[in-house]
Design a protein around this ligand. Structure first.
Ligand code: ADP
Ligand code: MG
Length: 240
């Protein structure tokens, strides 16, 4: 579903993505971990072209990423992204947040978009919050709205960039629950997270990044019990 071959990216002198090869099959869940500054967010942003890359090829569902234009808008719509900071529209209700892109980008009829949005809000446990504004919700609720909003575009894959890092501890599980459900249902997901419980239980693979490189790409049990690189061992000793 997602394939990167020989992807490189610089920010000035900083080589943030170095010869990245990564394949995420349909229905796979890949957890990306690594120290701060290792390039995890840049990787996510490159996958849906929020960030252009210098060279290499990125394909989504077999199609190379177009540089710009209509094809790019469609492709972005195919790959949903959920950010650490929720990024909801503050002056729109929960329902409007979820229907906005389907109305504008997918040109769905309003009634259909609202019906689907309410279904998705129900699925993330927020059907009764549809008419509230983001500021009236907890962080965990806002992040679940952000997930419903991403799902409303019927994405082929979802990228999560530290979706629980900004949340109070008691809210982390309600968001992980939704993500675990999506993983079980076969959603293709790339998840940057330090929630190792999620990685062990839901990931097909763990990708460990350091200094812009993929250092390990392994099954979770292998990675956690027998990390092969000194970098990963050092990282795990600090977070576990
Ligand atoms: P991570 O998500 O793993 O913490 P990032 O992908 O955010 O890492 O950042 C990787 C490196 O690229 C860091 O050194 C960061 O400071 C740098 N970086 C990220 N975005 C930019 C940018 N827009 N301009 C310049 N440097 C950036
Ligand atoms: Mg990051």
């Amino acid at each position: 579903m997602i394939e990167l071959r020989g992807v490189n990216k610089h920010f000035g002198p900083l080589h943030v993505l170095q010869d990245i090869d990564l394949t995420v099959g349909r229905g796979e869940v890949v957890v990306v971990i690594g120290p701060s500054g290792s390039g995890k967010s840049t990787l996510c942003r490159a996958i849906n072209r929020l960030e252009p890359v210098d060279d290499g090829v990125i394909t989504i569902d077999g199609r190379p990423l177009p540089a710009e234009g209509k094809g790019l808008a469609r492709l972005r719509a195919d790959v949903g992204m959920v950010f650490q900071s929720f990024n909801l529209f503050a002056h729109r209700t929960v329902l409007q947040n979820v229907t906005l892109a389907p109305l504008r980008v997918r040109k769905r009829p309003k009634e259909e978009a609202e019906r689907r949005a309410l279904d998705l809000l129900d699925r993330v446990g927020l059907a009764d919050q549809a008419d509230k504004y983001p500021a009236q919700l907890s962080g965990g609720q806002q992040q679940r709205v952000a997930i419903a909003r991403a799902l409303a575009m019927d994405p082929k894959a979802l990228l999560f960039d530290e979706p629980t890092s900004a949340l109070d501890p008691e809210m982390i599980n309600e968001v992980l629950d939704v993500m675990r459900g999506l993983a079980r249902e076969g959603m293709t997901m790339v998840v940057v997270t330090h929630e190792m419980g999620f990685a062990r239980a839901s990931a097909n693979r763990v990708v460990f990044m350091a200094d812009g490189r993929i250092v390990e790409d392994r099954a979770p049990e292998d990675f956690f019990t027998r990390p092969s690189s000194a970098r990963a061992r050092d990282f795990l000793s600090k977070i576990l």
